[in-house]
Design a protein around this ligand. Structure first.
Ligand code: RAT
Ligand code: ZN
Length: 462
């Protein structure tokens, strides 16, 4: 159906183009281009470069058909997980003061009771207009459930009937995600032990691995103590044997998770002046991380601007945004030309300078509208600005999904906005007399959703 409609649109576009009646047909042509852009953006498979999702082999705490639940399992899915997403936990504590329900009481409740509480407070006692609330509704609707029913019991029964692996297929199809990139946090005991116990734990071609090692760069003394316990002796002074052991640790874990890149999240205070600036983070980067990644031909992703735990009682929801230093990123890109860097920043105020920085360095790839920026108004603003400064040479979005079904809403909401931006940008260039073909539009969209990422990680698109 859709392809027939698109074939007609394509014919319209070429007949308008070929009969030269551009002036009279300007409105029709703009409409035809817009329809093709929208279709291209809505149907283009995306390689999601940053999520917190896992294959079912990592265990799941949710009830399902076909897999026993594992309370510490890492694959989160289902309506209770959707409702207890940390973005919604933060919103709930705004409307239910600590005095009414203490943090301690909330965290002692069962997941289902927490979800009931959030549902009542954010969906029934006031309208669910925030982006995170809206996301739950978009997701339920796309899965064929009726958000208008407001029947949490029914939604729960439906999810409990799903078999996790088949459900992953369905969610990937609905969201148009062709591959899910994990975040494999090697300093997290729960995750590390699963890799050590079962080397095949991630043998699922729908997922790609990413080695994430925040403590190594954020807190070398603590990381050194852990490395030593794990058989990679390292001292706080980062002497030569420590450097060699830390490199061996990275190499071993890159192999174990088949990492397609490595990543860290860094605080707003992160600075890199030079390899000799005297900070642990600069020394770890220049002596350990970047040499290993250059040798392995793997990019390094820096997500900068998260100030951890300004309200620890909120747990995952307790982190804050802060302004970061873009010059540190340009210095890294300049000092390490043999490395490739992905970068995203959390503060809105950093977005312009970061895009300008990417103009200066081909080894710097800007990506995503991260976390508190993943709101329609900001995605629109940031994506427009990036297209204006960088053309098609950036990665507009990642989902950051923590709960499987979030892929559906995060991608559908972002795709709508990316399409709006591209429609305007093609209309602008068409006003000069330039004509874009359907093939060119689809090629451009492919670059944004798959091609730029797959080129940067030097791996073929799925
Ligand atoms: O967006 C989020 O869920 C954050 O809590 C973080 O996971 C962040 O995206 C990160 O990867 O550190
Ligand atoms: Zn994340």
């Amino acid at each position: 159906m859709l392809s027939t409609a698109m074939a007609t649109l394509g014919q319209n576009l070429s007949s308008i183009t070929s009969n030269g009646a551009a002036a009279n047909d300007a409105v029709a042509r703009t409409g035809a281009v817009a329809a093709i852009v929208r279709d291209a953006v809505l149907t283009q498979p995306v390689w999601d470069m940053h999520t917190h999702l896992y294959p079912p082999t990592f265990g799941t705490p949710s009830q399902s058909a076909g897999q026993p639940s594992d309370p510490n399992g890492l694959l989160l899915w289902g309506v209770d997980e959707l409702l207890t997403y940390h973005y919604l936990v933060a919103e709930t504590f705004r409307v239910v003061p600590n005095a009414e329900l203490s943090y301690a009481t909330f965290w002692s409740m069962s997941k289902q009771d927490q979800a009931d509480h959030i549902w009542r407070q954010l969906f029934l006692e006031r309208s669910p207009v925030s982006e995170a609330c809206r996301g739950v509704l978009t997701t339920l609707a796309a899965l064929g459930l009726d958000p208008g029913e407001r029947d949490l019991g029914r939604y729960r029964r439906w999810f409990a009937e799903q078999e996790p692996s088949k459900h992953i297929d369905r969610v990937m199809e609905l969201s148009g995600v062709s591959r899910i990139t994990m975040t494999n946090a090697v300093f997290d005991d729960n995750e590390r032990l699963r890799w050590l116990e079962n080397p095949q734990v991630a043998a699922d071609s729908r997922f790609a691995g990413v080695l994430r090692f925040d403590p190594l760069v954020r807190d070398w003394p603590a990381a050194a103590a852990m490395l030593s316990r794990w058989g990679y002796p390292a001292t706080e002074s980062l002497d030569e044997p420590s450097v060699q052991n830390a490199r061996r640790f990275l190499n071993d874990w890159i192999d174990r998770v088949s990492a397609i890149y490595c990543a860290v999240s860094l605080p707003p205070t992160f600075r890199y002046e030079s390899p000799e600036d005297g900070t642990y983070s600069s020394r770890v980067l220049s002596e350990v991380v970047l040499p290993v990644l250059a040798e392995r031909g793997l990019p390094f992703a820096m997500m900068i601007g998260s100030q951890l735990q300004v309200n620890p009682s909120l747990r995952d929801a307790g982190d804050m945004v802060g302004m970061s230093d873009v010059n540190s990123v340009t210095r890294l890109a300049n000092d390490f030309p043999d490395n490739r860097f992905f970068c995203t920043m959390l503060a809105r105020e950093n977005q312009h300078a970061l895009a300008v920085a990417a103009r200066k360095f081909g080894n710097l790839m800007v990506f995503g509208c991260w976390w508190f920026l993943n709101n329609p108004s900001l995605v629109d603003e940031i994506t427009r600005m990036r297209v204006e400064l960088l053309g098609l040479s950036f990665i507009p979005q990642h989902s950051d999904a923590r709960v499987l079904e979030q892929l559906v809403y995060k991608w559908s909401h972002s795709r709508q906005i990316i399409a709006d931006v591209l429609i305007d940008k093609y209309a602008d260039i068409e006003r000069t007399g330039w004509r874009v073909s359907e093939k060119e539009i689809r090629r451009d969209v492919r670059l944004l959703f798959e091609g730029n990422f797959s080129r940067f990680v030097e791996a073929p698109a799925p």
